[in-house]
Design a binder for this molecule. Structure first.
Ligand SMILES: NC(=O)c1ccc[n+]([C@@H]2O[C@H](COP(=O)([O-])OP(=O)(O)OC[C@H]3O[C@@H](n4cnc5c(N)ncnc54)[C@H](O)[C@@H]3O)[C@@H](O)[C@H]2O)c1
Length: 430
């Protein structure tokens, strides 16, 4: 097959929820974008979406020459894809429609262009069935909204060339996405399956009357969800295993978790349950519109991404705070790289102070913190010790101090990551 040339022009096919968001992302990253959609109001809706989403997308990564003016629109599919280097298809989730559409796109797009589908559930082996050049077709499944959330699942069909997968992965990574390669096709790809597995248990707990809707949301977003926002479950279990790390976790704690899988529920989705969820969610929304909540979500996600990028530009493993924030104070309420937003990051609302090495001569830190400051990087929190630190102190007993820097530093790292030493399995799993 042809080697794919560098991408300069992107075509967006279908400009609904996902297509409009993708268009915003590509524009913000400095591409010429041509969009197409048969709906009569599609162009106006798309331009309005791009205008509204621009600031949030730009706060994550704005190319120097990016502009919403580089968006063009045509209702003619062939014209839209005629000079595209990369096509992102986002038409309705109907197999027969996607098969026909891909055959048409394949026919009209330069042979060295990649054609990607955002499809959530239809495999590329199905979609590429009638393409003359199926080797350049691939799934590039985003997580909504793609102008904010980095994950893209990349998976080929049986006729997709390895080069297409490789080049699609490189392209997405180069434009600020976080592509993962699925080695096998499966319905729903991966992230939606993970989401479905968790939601099944959430709904089960609501049906069983263990939690109401709002509490079940809190149980996810203020606990495991908060941690998953910075590290995946495997890496978190490495911390959960304490000093023995993942090996200890797998040896001692995993069997309990495996046993608990048998107790997970499969709710029966009755009309009553449906009504309970709808009522509970509307109460939780408390009169705020979907648009308001979406703007709040996007602003908070942008701020979280800025924090993640600061701690670890590679997007892999979060680094200790002080290594990246040398000798710098953050002002209370600071919003990092979230310009143009009404909503400020609660993550950064607390006045926290970060220092590196040496005596604490600039920050009037609490006595405990000053003691720990000697000779190493650490974080000072004006509000006193974290819950993890307090728990560690209880474990250790009052007035007992760590004798050396190495132990003390280890203690600090544990306090930030998870309270591990002397922990009970229930605490880790919870
Ligand atoms: N909504 C999500 O959360 C989400 C997330 C990830 C992936 N996806 C996938 O993205 C795709 C689009 O989903 P959506 O939620 O944006 O749907 P949507 O209904 O919001 O948008 C679909 C758009 O496609 C247009 N369209 C209809 N026929 C077309 C054709 N022949 N050619 C071009 N455009 C056509 C429609 O006018 C509409 O604007 C689906 O494959 C879906 O599985 C959706």
């Amino acid at each position: 097959m042809n080697v794919h040339k560098p991408v300069q022009r992107v075509a967006i096919v279908g400009t609904g929820t996902i297509g409009a968001s993708w268009a915003t992302h590509y524009l913000v990253r400095g591409f010429d974008v041509t969009a197409t959609d048969p709906a009569p109001t599609a162009e106006a809706a798309l331009r309005s979406y791009v205008g509204a989403a621009w600031d949030a997308a730009a706060s994550i990564g704005l190319a120097p020459d990016a502009s919403p003016d580089r968006l063009s629109f045509t209702a003619d599919l062939r014209q839209a894809v005629a000079d595209a280097d990369f096509v992102q298809e986002n038409a309705p989730e109907r197999p027969e429609l996607k098969v026909r559409l891909f055959a048409d796109i394949d026919d009209a797009t330069p042979p060295d262009a990649i054609i990607a589908s955002s499809s959530s559930g239809i495999t590329m082996s199905v979609i590429q069935a009638e393409c003359r050049r199926p080797e350049r077709t691939v799934i590039g499944h985003p997580f909504n909204p793609p102008h904010i959330v980095p994950l893209v699942e990349v998976v080929g069909g049986t006729k997709t060339a390895l080069e297409t997968i490789r080049d699609a992965m490189s392209f997405y990574a180069a434009i600020g996405k976080k592509p993962i390669h699925l080695k096998k096709e499966l319905p729903g790809h991966v992230a939606n399956r993970i989401q479905a597995a968790l939601y099944r248990e959430v709904v089960h707990l609501v049906q069983e009357g263990v939690l109401d809707v709002a509490d079940s949301d809190d149980a996810v977003s203020w606990g495991p969800g908060l941690r998953w926002g910075v590290m995946g479950p495997h890496l978190l279990w490495h911390l959960g295993g304490g000093e023995g790390g993942i090996q200890h976790f797998m040896d001692t704690l995993m069997p309990r978790m495996v046993a608990s899988w048998q107790e997970l529920g499969t709710p029966e989705f009755t009309p009553e349950l449906k009504e309970e969820i709808v009522r509970g969610v509307l109460e939780e929304a408390d009169g705020h519109s979907v648009d308001e909540l979406a703007a709040r979500r996007d602003a908070m996600l942008s701020a979280l991404l800025a924090v993640r990028a600061e701690y670890d530009p590679s997007g892999r493993v979060p680094q200790p705070v002080a290594r990246r924030r040398r000798d710098r104070d953050t002002a209370p309420g600071e919003t990092v790289r979230a310009r143009g937003q009404q909503w400020r990051s609660p993550v950064l609302r607390e006045p926290r102070r970060f220092r590196q090495e040496g005596p604490c001569h600039r920050v009037q830190a609490p006595r405990r913190s000053r003691r720990r400051c000697r000779g190493r990087a650490h974080l000072l929190d004006e509000h006193g010790p974290s819950a993890g630190e307090r728990r560690l102190d209880r474990t250790r007993g009052p007035g007992r101090r760590q004798p050396d820097d190495a132990r003390s530093q280890r203690r600090h790292v544990h306090a930030e990551a998870a309270p591990l030493r002397g922990h009970q399995p229930e605490a880790v799993l919870g």
